[in-house]
Design a binder for this molecule. Structure first.
Ligand code: 5GP
Length: 120
């Protein structure tokens, strides 16, 4: 799947759409989900143009991948959920129910998140 430059997160990265930023570094941006599914619901995205987890792990540099992983732990700390716990999810492709075709990790916490997934 080729990268669609008009997707919502690409527009946020270009500054065409606003977001509630939590943290940012050279390679990564973290911001609040517009439709939170938990008291804390943060999205972490790479600044590079990667469709999903497979694209990112195949094509992103080690520096980008490292920054992305580190940002997840960093924003969990900023949100105050390191001790209480949280869930990290990345939906990928059709079966994964990915809606926005730019890689993102969901960080969900601030309360009990419940069972991991519902059965198909
Ligand atoms: P997916 O289903 O692709 O894993 O998740 C996409 C997420 O992006 C959803 O949780 C949705 O609420 C969030 N989202 C969609 N549009 C926007 C937006 O314009 N701003 C923000 N902050 N989040 C968005």
């Amino acid at each position: 799947m080729s990268y669609d430059q008009s997707n919502i997160f690409a527009r946020i990265l270009r500054g065409d759409l606003p977001c509630k930023k939590i943290a940012e570094d050279q390679h990564t941006l973290a911001f609040e989900d517009i439709n939170p599914q938990a008291p804390v619901h943060i999205l972490v995205i790479p600044k590079g143009s990667y469709v999903d987890w497979s694209d990112f792990t195949c094509n992103a540099s080690v520096v980008e991948q490292s920054a992305f992983v580190k940002m997840i732990g960093h924003v969990a700390g900023l949100a105050g959920i390191t001790e209480s716990g949280y869930r990290v999810i990345s939906n990928s492709g059709n079966d994964g129910h990915q809606e926005v075709p730019h890689l993102h990790m969901h960080i969900l916490g601030g309360g009990a998140i419940g069972p991991m997934v519902s059965r198909c």
